[in-house]
Design a protein around this ligand. Structure first.
Ligand code: OFO
Length: 184
């Protein structure tokens, strides 16, 4: 008896996401080592931690495929992009990466909607919310860098920014999640 509850198309798109999340972990890891070697220990700390979060996303998709009776695929990964020229480019590249990932998540949600696979549609909603957080996190980094002076930021302001970034959470708070009990 076939107990696989996922269509071939859904299995393929989910496996593609497994690869994308694994590649995201490598991208963050690669940028973290770049930031560390440039002296941005705080940024490196955030990026190293975030690499772990991307791996957790990969595991979440693998678990879901297996749970639904499918077979998750572990494949070769693309090489991470070359080093950024500076912090501005580092954050911009990460932001672009997150937008691309959001679009990939939307494809999963859209296909599951077309197939009336409500279990996968529901599973995809977690990632829709997560991507809002991920994009917000990087938008905040870009905003902070802009306030520090952007491309013209002085070494002092970059040093201060780096130490602040190193202390921050790698999850972004969303205003819409605030409540009277927990205003954030
Ligand atoms: Fe997995 O969220 Fe970023 O890429």
């Amino acid at each position: 008896m076939d107990t696989n509850r996922l269509s071939k198309a859904i299995t393929d798109i989910l496996n593609n996401q497994v690869k994308k999340e694994a590649e995201a972990a490598q991208i963050y890891l690669s940028y973290a080592t770049w930031a560390d070697s440039e002296g941005y220990a705080g940024v490196a700390n955030l990026l190293f931690r975030h690499s772990g979060e991307e791996r957790d996303h990969m595991m979440k998709v693998i678990d879901y495929i297996q749970e639904r009776g499918g077979r998750a695929k572990v494949t070769a990964l693309s090489a991470p992009p070359k080093d950024p020229k500076n912090l501005q480019e580092c954050f911009e590249k990460i932001f672009q990466h997150e937008v691309d990932n959001t679009n990939a998540i939307y494809e999963i949600v859209s296909l599951s909607h077309d197939e009336k696979d409500w279990a996968t549609w529901n599973f995809g909603q977690w990632f829709v919310k997560e991507q809002i957080e991920e994009e917000t996190l990087v938008m905040d980094l870009l905003d902070k860098l802009k306030i520090a002076g952007g491309a013209k930021a002085t070494s002092e302001s970059l040093l201060y920014l780096d130490s602040k970034i190193g202390q921050q959470d790698d999850d972004a708070d969303l205003a819409r999640d605030a409540s009277v009990e927990s205003p954030q």
